[in-house]
Ligand binder design. Structure first.
Ligand SMILES: [Zn+2]
Length: 229
């Protein structure tokens, strides 16, 4: 199956659509009905639709590279805070206990639920961290008009990892648990919980404004050479 990025940056360069021309005037195939059409420059946040079947062909610029980079840098800082500090402090009959994100996964493992522990660790710590790290690896050089080595591979990995980041589901679970625990114990939200809330807000903002087309445009203007890959 072809994706829109394949249409924009195919590896072969024999056909007219493979020309890495400036965005205006480039040909694009409708993914629903295969009709070839000429791209037009769109206003910010506008969408282009197929003239024959009405399917959405592509979207106009969603966000700038600097904005996206700032959001990712913010995510990285909040991610560090969310992982270093306790999620909550819990007091039961004078005894205080606390746990971190990694501690919560570890506790699941020790309680004989290794699969759940791995799922929680992967979807709330490892994969979101990998996604933010990869995006910083890609966006910082692009902002400096340089092309990072292995850009296509790293970006493919970002698209692969993104659906598996489920921090908001974990947060919902934690909040329900803490509210229920409130009847039995004193619960004080930790720094990690606040950082985690902020992280989810920034991460969602970044995900909703990120567009694959914008990314390739940033790569193009940094001088990426697609023939070399
Ligand atoms: Zn169509």
């Amino acid at each position: 199956m072809n994706t829109s990025t394949d249409h924009l940056h195919p590896h072969a360069s024999a056909t007219p659509i493979a020309e890495p021309a400036e965005s205006a005037g480039r040909l694009i195939a409708c993914r629903d009905c295969d009709l070839l059409q000429q791209e037009v420059r769109l206003a910010r946040h506008a969408d282009a639709h197929c003239v024959r079947c009405g399917a959405r062909l592509y979207r106009g610029t969603r966000t700038g590279l600097t904005t996206m980079l700032s959001l990712m840098a913010g995510c990285a800082v909040l991610m560090v805070v969310a992982n270093l500090f306790p999620i909550a402090l819990i007091e039961v009959q004078g005894a205080w206990s606390q746990t971190t994100l990694a501690g919560a996964s570890l506790a699941l493992w020790q309680n004989g639920r290794p699969l759940v522990a791995i799922a929680v660790g992967a979807t709330t710590i490892a994969l979101p961290a990998l996604e933010v790290a990869l995006l910083l690896y890609l966006l910082i050089p692009l902002r400096l008009k340089r092309v990072p080595p292995g850009l296509p591979m790293a970006f493919r990995l970002v698209l692969l990892v993104h659906p598996w980041s489920m921090m908001e589901i974990f947060l919902l679970g934690v909040l329900v648990t803490l509210v229920k625990l409130g009847d039995l114990a004193t619960v004080v939200p930790g720094a990690s919980l606040w950082a985690f809330c902020g992280l989810i807000v920034l991460f969602t903002m970044a995900a909703s404004s990120f567009s694959v087309r914008d990314f390739w445009r940033w790569a193009d203007s940094a001088g990426a050479d697609w023939e070399g890959d």
